[in-house]
Write a protein that binds this ligand. Structure first.
Ligand code: FIX
Ligand code: ZN
Length: 446
């Protein structure tokens, strides 16, 4: 496995220059090479976290040229599936009744139930409060009128840039599904690229729902069949190559159930081994594995209906051993799987742990996972991604991450200094840049 040895060789993302600029800032004699007093570590960590624009390595956001796929604004924020799950715990309405309401009526009900009748103390409700505050909007109003008129007045392009600035991110990585009819049509019409949005080819429909989707490939002239036998794997590879040329993805991705097994004599097992993994090697990009979902345990909740299950991470061991030429950008959903993931990452440098995914994206759990990763992996991992489904969510999700990381990184450098190694601002800046930028850039380098 050849990783880019230094930043200048990484030609993947246009923003590498941003990473180089951050890294080179230290050399400009701004006193950042001086040893810091222990009492100053916290302030410096906070300042450097705030000053470093992060790369958001996994979101469900879309670049403007992909049109209405991108969700933003107050009604989308309030009807986020995290909040819908919480609504049904605090309001007697049935999911069936809820889905008959308009988006606006749904948002009004969620706001009244979770923000007026109850205190918005959960991570997801507090997030909405933080977004409203960031735009100077009232956070304790009993209706959404003022917020609605504010968002209605925003011009999307400019709004995206100001939201990214408020979130302290330079770019996001999308989740693009070549089998989503609306999205596929937008790409086939020729979607204009955007330097702040990077594409990812998401393969859930091909790997997890083949029986419902192989016909789409067949209708597009790919000689595949219901059992993915015969020429199917080669034809899927051709399909992936066609979409690779269209999207130029930075990685391919799939979410996988807690019961995921590999190798496995199944359509998923065969297509992974004979199509997806070879294609990733051909294109020189990683495969992102997001493992541990129990899909739709309560289907009436729709997107909010998924749950978590502990997975057998022996699958990672077998994948890393059998495919040393592939890179695996990996996030696991179960809290109980986190330690194993860290240990496997110590064994295989083609395995990059990333993010505190979904139900783990809560400060108490992010703290636990991040401390364990720092102790076992140093700064050779990617601490977080936002998984934002609505544009403005990046504001609170990255605010939470920075707030949680300040004491963790401060303590990390404090004990280093205590053990006898002077710590400088330049060192802190370099490690933060590595955690939130260059680890990803290097791991995705072609
Ligand atoms: O599979 C995924 O990418 C998950 O992140 C989503 O499906 C999930 O619904 C989500 O929004 C998690 O935050
Ligand atoms: Zn996601």
């Amino acid at each position: 496995m050849t990783w880019a040895s230094d930043l200048s060789t990484v030609k993947l993302m246009a923003t590498n220059s941003a990473t180089q600029e951050i890294a080179s800032k230290s050399a400009s004699g701004d006193g950042s090479a001086a040893a810091l007093a222990p009492r100053d570590l916290g302030t410096v960590v906070e300042e450097e976290l705030a000053a470093t624009p992060f790369i958001d390595v996994h979101t469900h956001l879309f670049m403007p040229s992909l049109g209405k796929l991108g969700l933003w604004g107050i009604d989308e924020l309030i009807t986020y599936h995290y909040l819908e799950a919480e609504l049904f715990r605090s309001n007697p309405i049935s999911p069936e009744q809820y889905w008959t309401l308009s988006k606006r009526e749904q948002a009004d009900l969620v706001w009244r139930t979770l923000f007026v009748e109850n205190a918005p103390v959960s991570e997801a409700t507090r997030g909405v409060v933080a977004v409203l505050k960031a735009f100077g909007l009232p956070t304790d109003s009993d209706n959404l009128t003022e917020a609605r008129s504010f968002f209605a007045a925003q011009k999307l392009e400019a709004h995206i840039r100001s939201v990214f600035n408020l979130a302290g991110i330079s770019e996001v990585v999308m989740t693009n599904d070549p089998l989503d009819p609306d999205e596929a049509a937008a790409w086939q019409r020729g979607a204009e690229a955007d330097h702040q949005f990077h594409a990812v080819m998401r393969l859930d429909r091909i790997l997890n729902k083949w029986p419902d989707h192989w016909q789409i490939l067949a209708s597009q002239g790919y000689a595949v069949d219901a059992k993915a036998q015969g020429k199917s794997a080669a034809e899927v590879r051709r399909f992936l190559a066609d979409w690779h040329n269209r999207m130029r993805p930075v990685y391919m991705a799939v979410s996988l159930p807690d019961i995921f097994q590999f190798p496995e004599d199944s359509v998923r097992g065969r297509l992974l081994a004979d199509a997806v993994l070879p294609a990733c090697r051909d294109f020189g990009i990683p495969l992102s594995l997001m493992i541990g979902v129990r899909y739709l345990v309560n289907p009436t909740l729709r997107l909010a209906g998924d749950a978590v299950g502990r997975a057998d991470l022996g699958v990672l061991e077998r994948l890393c051993v059998r495919y040393p030429g592939n890179r695996f950008l990996t996030s696991v959903l179960s809290r109980e799987n986190q330690h194993e993931l860290c240990v496997y990452a110590r064994k295989f440098n083609n395995l990059m742990p990333f993010g505190c995914w979904w139900f783990l994206n809560n400060p108490s759990i992010v703290e636990e996972i991040t401390r364990e990763r720092l102790e076992l992996l140093g700064t050779s991992f990617i601490p977080q991604h936002s998984d934002a489904r609505v544009l403005e969510q990046v504001i609170y999700k990255w605010r939470n991450t920075r707030r949680t990381l300040v004491p963790i990184l401060t303590n990390t450098f404090r004990v280093l200094e205590e053990d006898g190694r002077p710590v400088t601002r330049a060192q802190i800046r370099a490690e933060i840049t590595r955690l939130f930028r260059s680890n990803f850039e290097r791991f995705c380098a072609r």
